[in-house]
Design a protein around this ligand. Structure first.
Ligand SMILES: NC(=O)c1ccc[n+]([C@@H]2O[C@H](COP(=O)([O-])OP(=O)(O)OC[C@H]3O[C@@H](n4cnc5c(N)ncnc54)[C@H](O)[C@@H]3O)[C@@H](O)[C@H]2O)c1
Length: 175
């Protein structure tokens, strides 16, 4: 199986790679990351030589549709796991545009590319999966009854999504 893991040099993305490599050693991982201030390839340095063998890093932006298409075209990617995002909320007050570009438009770019390559007549190619991991930029809220609010809404006006915003396949839309 081949995975495209984005935001792979960040906190969760890099830990996901360690986890996946140690539990699914035969799978191949393509890691895509723009290496912003938050991304650091040192996070992946502890991968063993053997683990590095089936791991390839590409520096790039999830919002670069040409690059994303090229990756999907050249590789039979089975799963896309998107961790790439601007994640430091304080920075969104100073520069909201970069959040919109990466978290919204970048995610939309990945979704478009997945649809372009995985849509098959009326359905989807089997076994293809898109896992979107995010905090509050979810495309859709699957369980409205499970939105959680922090105890002091004055300090944290944002809803905290149940399941930390991890989307599960719903049978509608992308797999
Ligand atoms: N860390 C947490 O506790 C936590 C909790 C819940 C949800 N999340 C969400 O999970 C996701 C990942 O979080 P994290 O803590 O690993 O974030 P992080 O900031 O540590 O890593 C994000 C990575 O994405 C990369 N990136 C940013 N914009 C990019 C772009 N346009 N194209 C390609 N790469 C890009 C950065 O270089 C970085 O390596 C985020 O959506 C975050 O909001 C994080």
């Amino acid at each position: 199986m081949k995975l495209l893991v984005t935001g792979v040099a960040g906190f969760i993305g890099s830990n996901f790679v360690y986890y996946w490599r140690s539990h699914h050693s035969h799978d191949e991982i393509i890691g895509l990351d723009k290496l912003t201030y938050a991304g650091n390839l040192h996070n992946l340095e502890a991968l063993s030589r053997e683990q590095k063998g089936r791991f390839r890093f590409i520096r790039g932006d999830i919002g670069d549709i040409g690059l994303v298409h090229e990756i999907l075209e050249k590789n039979a990617v089975d799963k896309i796991v998107n961790f790439a995002a601007e994640s430091h909320v304080d920075r969104s007050i100073r520069d909201p545009q970069v959040f919109l570009r990466s978290n919204i438009l970048g995610t939309a770019c990945l979704l478009d590319a997945a649809r372009d390559f995985w849509k098959y007549e009326d359905g989807w190619l089997p076994e293809k999966r898109f896992l979107q991991v995010s905090t509050d930029e979810g495309v859709r809220i699957p369980w409205p009854d499970r939105i959680l609010y922090r105890k002091d809404p004055a300090r944290s006006p944002q809803p905290v999504l149940g399941e930390q915003g991890i989307r599960r396949p719903s049978g509608k839309g992308l797999p």
